[in-house]
Design a protein around this ligand. Structure first.
Ligand SMILES: Cc1ncc(COP(=O)(O)O)c(C=O)c1O
Length: 413
């Protein structure tokens, strides 16, 4: 008799998934299936960066690999929540970038394979059946998919996109958000700054209102900071410099800022109790994170802080994304005249296409070879919208304009 996989995974597998849709839309095999010549395709689907990793990080890897003893050491299992020197280097990195005053110690750091894995584990650590997870609408589509692994969790959403004015209204709705938290009493509130898909940065007033309410209701306020270093405003919000406390947890990653996407590790900044829970949970899920990436990151951070070379690198790369964001908004305004949000950081803008986003995406793809991501997976506010990622085109700004011209030509027909 042929055995079957679990009913849970089987139904998850057969459900339409926005994350799989995004990964498919970005896959050259998919272009071919859709009858497109990959060389002609201009894709805004991939949620990834395309700048170069720092030379000093590449050299750190090279030195380890060329040193017989250190290379041998990099093949050993590290401790379950990361090497002590890497947890310390991460604290130094945060203090160097966001201020010495951050209340953070190595005991607040747990390192994992990546932030996706750690987010899923954190949900498991925090949530029991019957608990609520609060998300904004729109929100990163992996969050609802990740929480599906836990039985009977209700997702409650707070809309932050005014779909008439096409405006991000989180900050002006901060009191309503706090009231919503007090009413719903979610166990976990998961936000993202800068946000995916809107690329907006909620104000400190919004986050403070949420944290006050979370503290009252005994909730965890968790911020996914996947794009924290890709921010171009001069003054960073105060909460970028918060450490962890009983109600506040940060999720971090080196996927984006040092272009470590396929070479990444993630970490959380959390109270010691949560870190201890990670030690238990990771021991039976991943066993431990990768050693080579930790060793290279430690060398890179220690030398980079001593030489003060990390800040200029981060400044330089965030300016690249600022330019790509400006080009995207300018080309949309010039050729399409559709409402879109002006990014404050990160890789994306969201555009109101005033028709079903999936239909728009399909027609535009078939007729122009331009790929965008339909908005439905991000939440109800994005049904008539699409997400555009300028990340992969950061060195190809001409293509951004060409894509908008192609779409405009097709829509005018
Ligand atoms: C909001 C957000 N969080 C997390 C991730 C994934 O991070 P990691 O590469 O560390 O798993 C992404 C990737 O696109 C993302 O957009």
């Amino acid at each position: 008799m042929k055995p079957t996989i679990s009913k849970k995974v089987s139904s998850f597998k057969n459900k339409k998934s926005p994350i799989r849709e995004i990964m498919d839309l970005a896959n050259p095999e998919f272009f071919k299936k859709a009858g497109l010549n990959p060389a002609d395709v201009i894709s805004f689907s991939g949620g990834w960066v395309n700048h170069e990793a720092p030379d000093d990080l590449r050299n750190a890897y090279a030195q380890i690999i060329h040193d017989t003893k250190r290379f041998h050491a990099s093949g050993a299992y590290p401790p379950t929540i990361g090497m002590p020197e890497c947890r310390k280097a991460i604290v130094d990195f945060e203090k160097y970038l966001y201020g010495e005053e951050i209340d953070l110690a190595p005991e607040n750091i747990a390192i994992g394979c990546n932030s996706s894995q750690m987010t899923a584990n954190l949900m498991n650590i925090i949530l029991d059946a019957g608990d609520k997870l609060m998300l904004l609408d729109p929100a990163y589509p992996n969050y609802p998919a990740q929480v599906l692994a836990i039985d009977n969790i209700e997702i409650v959403r707070f809309p932050v996109l005014d779909t008439t004015e096409w405006k991000f209204v989180a900050d002006e709705q901060k009191d309503e958000f706090a009231t919503f938290i007090r009413k719903e009493k979610p166990k976990m509130i998961l936000l993202c700054a800068p946000d995916n898909p809107t690329s907006q940065i909620p104000s400190t007033a919004f986050i403070k209102a949420a944290l006050d309410a979370a503290t009252e209701t005994g909730s965890f306020l968790v911020i996914d900071f996947a794009y924290k270093e890709l921010v171009w405003q001069d003054e960073l919000p105060e909460y970028f410099s918060w450490g962890a406390n009983d109600n506040f947890i940060s999720i971090r990653s080196n996927s984006k800022w040092c272009r470590g996407l396929g070479r990444r590790l993630g970490w959380i900044e959390a109270p010691a109790e949560i870190v201890a829970a990670f030690e238990a949970v990771q021991g039976s899920t991943i066993l431990c994170p990768d050693t080579l990436h930790q060793m290279a990151l430690v060398d890179y951070i220690n030398a980079g802080i001593a030489a003060n070379s990390i800040k200029p690198y981060i400044k330089e790369i965030s300016l690249l994304y600022q330019k790509a964001a400006e080009q995207t908004v300018a080309s949309i305004e010039k050729h399409l005249g559709m409402p879109c949000l002006v990014p404050q950081g990160g890789l994306y803008t969201v555009m109101n296409v005033n028709m079903d986003g999936t239909e728009f995406t399909r027609k535009v793809l078939e007729n122009t070879g331009v790929i965008v991501v339909p908005g439905w997976g991000f939440g109800d506010t994005m049904k008539n919208a699409v997400r555009l990622s300028y990340g992969p085109l950061v060195h190809d700004l001409v293509k951004i304009d060409e894509a908008m011209q192609r779409i405009s030509k097709y829509l005018r027909k």
